[in-house]
Design a protein around this ligand. Sequence first.
Ligand code: NDP
Length: 405
Amino acid sequence: MSRVLIIGAGGVGNVVTRKCAQNVDVFQDILLASRTIDKCQKIAKRIKEQYGREIGVAQVDADKVPELVALIKDFEPQIVINVALPYQDLAIMDACVATGVHYLDTANYEPKDNPKFEYKYQWAYQDKFKQAGIMAVLGCGFDPGVTNAFCAYAQKHLFDEIHTIDILDCNAGEHGHPFATNFNPEINIREVTQVVRHWKDGQWIETPPVIEDGCVHFTFNYPEVGPRESYLLYHEEMESLVKHIKGLKRIRFWMTFSETYLTHLKVLQNVGLTRIDEVEYEGCKVVPLKFLKVLLPDPAGLGQNYKGKTVIGCVFKGLKNGKIEQKYIYNICDHAKAYEDVEAQAVSYTTGVPAMAGARLVLEQTWKGQGVFNIEQLDPDPFLELIAKNGLPWHVVDFVGELPD
Ligand code: NDP
């Protein structure tokens, strides 16, 4: 009998919970806990209507370790899936160590006042997780997550040595709003407004943020959706991949943005609405970005009329049997099909399905170990098989052509 505690009832939480409910053979008892219990109840109600399954709901403030410990002790799960916000990662990890329960998340910890995407805070838990005899699986969404597994797969099956990796993330969807983000607006805008970094010959190289002059971009021809402008961006999975992929000389991350998105973001940045420090407004302290989040569409509610597809994958160049080869591994996810399955858009879907799959592998002990793991350190084969079975098929093709140098 497996029990899973899911924390966070947003766009991704909805997908993970429904996917766990669909995988009834492993997830027999499900508790969904979040800050606002109404959101948990809404998801539980739809699960009851769609699958006839009862799931539990609870209110929790995941910034508070004692509250989390009490909830875990009461429900006794074997794993906690954290799909709240990156700010809660360390509190939830502390609670898992205190109770001896496995942990899995989809985004690395960020201090509220410092939007740097670094694994150092969570890697520091290595000994604590080892001593407690439990496993922490970090970054088990799509990117990070499946992209790391694509790299592990390429290393295991396709190359003797991988020289370059380009991760390419395209959302060619239309949600019908003038400006909206596909996951939590605060976290998304913190990520996209950062100085960009990529890694080459052992060094991190900085280039301007995507909304500034001099940012690096090129047109990539994505399968099924065609040519899209793709911008160099810093993304957290590069930090672990440079440690774990042998012989790597360069890794970059590219994301597509529409002109409309970039223009809106530039204006918001210029007028100070993306600031993360407190400002005084009529005697109240306000963080402009948190205020902006309240005004923007809720990503969990974008699904219904979302059209188009996401295409996320990795292009590899390296050596196989002494010859240079290029391969492209990718997934295509249709927003409307994701909505049909779990009433969510494709960005929540491509994050929630892998989180469920990773948790399933830990519960089945297919993935096992003690300590803190990034996805490329775990066997990619059962994981990639499971996501394909659960709505995210993927493809491997020869890559013909050259990416910019
Ligand atoms: P949402 O904002 O839609 O959902 C976050 C949920 O967490 C909300 O229900 C929120 O509660 C809850 N929450 C926030 N703070 C607390 C707290 N202190 N205690 C309990 N619950 C809390 O975000 P998304 O679903 O879009 O994203 C979820 C996570 O997934 C994020 O960390 C994001 O970075 C990650 N992600 C990862 C991706 C990947 O590919 N690896 C891609 C996309 C997202 P409330 O409803 O009260 O606000």
